[in-house]
Write a protein of this length. Structure first.
Length: 256
């Protein structure tokens, strides 16, 4: 997807915090996870941001995991939404290559955005899909489980692409809370709920009590558990840490 896929959610978040939605596939040459993570770090540097509330949806969650592992000092808290988790998710990788089900599930805007990504960056999409299938995230999960970064996992009650048991295992090994998301009327939601139901996504983030959504003067982080490494306190005058956006780590289009 492209950053504009999440535009409605970004507009709901914007009055409460600063929102950055990186783009995953815009860039020259072959796609690599390292280039995506490096690009996101560069974006934060250019914007003079000390750290972020990092929200990763679907494929973007695997990149959020990698960014947080490499740059834990820049992450205030982590939210993973129906994301690539512990096992090799061939279903999602296959959908990236032959996205019939994704297009059927997607909103009109998301379908157009996905088609545009395929038309303009096909090699990057193929490279990203292959990385998503072949990468092993267990070591990264173990590293983050030993930090004091707050971690949350949200999962659609009827995700037709990714396994809920795999998500539950991911949350357990990560030391994160796990929330099954239902529609506001109690009905089911699928893998695309974060951009298809932006008001529901906002409500879920507010229920988590995310730092980025708290008012001025509220505590920034809960105290670390005994034995867990604590991050050095922020220096005087440092700005409140905004979220990196609901999306997927990389450079803004024109490269959240």
């Amino acid at each position: 997807m492209q950053p504009r896929t999440y535009l409605e959610l970004a507009e709901l978040l914007a009055p409460k915090c600063r929102v950055i939605i990186p783009s995953l596939f815009v860039g020259p040459g072959r796609w690599s996870d390292r280039s995506v993570v490096s690009d996101l770090a560069d974006i934060l540097d250019k914007l003079q941001l000390e750290g972020v509330t990092l929200i990763g949806h679907s494929f973007g969650g695997a990149l959020a995991l990698e960014f947080a592992t490499r740059h834990p000092e820049r992450v205030t808290e982590l939210v993973f939404v129906d994301t690539l988790a512990m096992s090799r998710e061939w279903t999602l990788a296959a959908e990236a290559l032959h996205p019939i089900h994704l297009l059927w599930m997607a909103s009109a805007r998301a379908a157009i955005d996905f088609a545009h990504s395929w038309a303009t960056h096909p090699l990057q999409l193929v490279g990203a899909a292959w990385w998503g299938f072949t990468s092993d995230r267990r070591e990264q999960v173990a590293v983050l489980a030993g930090t004091d970064i707050p971690r949350h996992v949200l999962w659609a009650d009827r995700d037709s692409l990714l396994s809920r048991p795999d998500g539950e295992r991911f949350a357990r090994d990560l030391g994160a809370d796990f929330t099954v998301v239902h529609a506001e009327n109690g009905g089911p939601v699928d893998h695309d709920w974060m951009y298809r139901h932006p008001h529901l996504a906002l409500a879920q983030f507010e229920q988590l009590g995310l730092v980025a959504l708290r008012g001025p003067g509220r505590p920034q982080r809960p105290p670390a558990e005994p034995g867990r490494p604590q991050r050095p306190p922020a220096g005087p005058g440092r700005p409140q840490r905004p979220p990196a956006g609901p999306g997927r780590p990389q450079r803004p289009e024109g490269r959240p």
